[in-house]
Design a protein around this ligand. Sequence first.
Ligand SMILES: [Zn+2]
Length: 676
Amino acid sequence: MKKTNMILTSGCLLVCVLGASLAAAESNHEKSPVVIPPAAEPAGAKSPNYQVEPFALGQVKLLPSEFSHARDLNAAYLLQLDPDRFMALTREMCGLKPKKESYGGWEKRISEMGHYISACALQYAASGDERYKQRVDTMVAEMAEAQQAAGDGFVGCISRDKFELFVRGEDVPKGGPPWYYLHKQYAGLIDAYELAGNQQALEVVVKFADWADGLLSRMNDQQIQKMLKVEHGGMIESLVEIYRLTGNDRYLKTAGKFHHRAVFDPIAAGKGEVLAGLHANTQIPKFIGLMRRYQITGNEHDRKTAEFFFRYVLDHHTFANGGNSASEHFRTPDKLAAELHRELTETCNTYNMLKLARLLFLTEPRAELMDYYEHALYNHILASQHPESGMFTYKYMLYGGYPQAFSTPFDSFWCCVGSGMENHTKYMQNIFFHDEKSLWVNLFIPSELDWKARGLKVRLETQYPDKEDVALSISAASPTPLTLRLRWPAWAQGAVLKVNGETQSLSGSPGQYVAVTRTWSDGDNISWHLPMRAKVKALPDDPNKVALTYGPVTLAAALGRANIQVENLQGRDVRSSRRWDWPLPKTLPVLTALDRPVADWLQPVAGKPLTFQIPPDAVSEPVTLVACWRANTQRYAQYLDAFSAADWKVKKDLPKPPVAKKRGKKAGKSVKDDAE
Ligand SMILES: [Zn+2]
């Protein structure tokens, strides 16, 4: 287990505090997992329609791995944050004097406090650690106080004046999209109720929804559709959840008012090209809302629309790390190489795409959904966290040898810090699912499931993806008939399954689930061997811009720390291309054997898992490639130029090798800034 170290810019005092808290958090995690009883459901509450059921977070305990390490760093960070500082803006907007000054960065004018409540509720639900519940309870109590002071149900971190602009049909100034930030607060309150059992949170969020309904009732359809051009997060989702929790269809109708026809109608008609030029993270939560509405109401049109959107983004807008967006926007479909010099793949987008993948999986448990989930979880979410300080990335440069840019603990608070606080709390969320007869094993993250209702424990031990073997062992109170459904990743040709040492014949094919039906006894064990191979994945619009993958892993050229100041990887500016004045590498490695099979030239380094080198006849200069998340504190490139040997002979004699251009001040600027 790595400890926090000198990367934190605030010096030793903070490091020591974080380190102590991390140790405390670790010791807490070592206690037995506590399954938080669900909050009492009000009369009239609806149940979502799932084909498979999730386990409560506390039923799945992470065993030591990079994921538990990321969780622990994040858990320690959550304890460093002060609810009163998060509440400052909301108190001010509700007419109360802030108890403390707000944090710095974006937090001065908008607030990630909703994500903070959600993250603490998730952490509490997973660990049973009362310190996180205390934070949830404190913030909910303060929100209730602020709501009472406001007097009309409002309890937002954004000025009411902005909402009145919507009512008058006027343009809202750029920066701080109003509903987007309110949605985070709605979601935080719902999580406080559902995950941390805070009854008051439900009362506050229902009154808050009443306020929203009252505001929207003063607007005509034209005004509302104009309003919906501005980023509004998952307002449909939250209002559908409030409908689910209360059974009051008034909130379903309010959710319906957020139905943005200019986007939903073309997507429902299969016209994915409508997304080109739109702010990406404005769109994704809308479709989470549709998928959630389907699960509560059975509206098939909603499901099909959400499914089409998800598939379209994966097929036409997604980069090698599983993320999407270029300078936060969907650009021309399949024209991804043209965007490589931009800041790519906002982390919030992947946070939301993973939520959408999970909802789609709950409705139809297809392995391809979890193939995507796994790929993006490793190559984007895990990579978005600084492995020592626990700080967060906003967007990525994927080409050109830029280093990654991370947040500071108290002076950044851009959106991906907010969603990032949640990302690392819930790695246990999608490893296992079940129905009455089956147990799905989706992700190969070391963990232990305690399925009390069936008297079963399932322990998953592995060094995957460093190694290709996954071991499952069963503890059963009594012999238990059950179908075990193991995800067979689409890339894993030649997989081998053994039960108690005996090789099983596999029906089906990669990209599906392998079903093993038997009566399981205490001590039974399963071995699942998943052979990994290297692949070259070119961008659709340029066969000479490629990423290398190995099983579920996207590799990155590890380009070292020359001309960078490691201690300054954290900062307030979100854009790495703007932040660094440090010279870029004069040249980048170019792959020069694209006409030969990748297995001929991508050579594993003995004794170093997921580490590869390339012989001189296949690359322009020496380079080491590693799992991309392990290159995130140095210069790196996930995309490289690549040519056949014959083409390279011509190219290398050109005056300048293909190297990233230094971008100007406007390089990362969004085409519109009505979203954040
Ligand atoms: Zn973001």
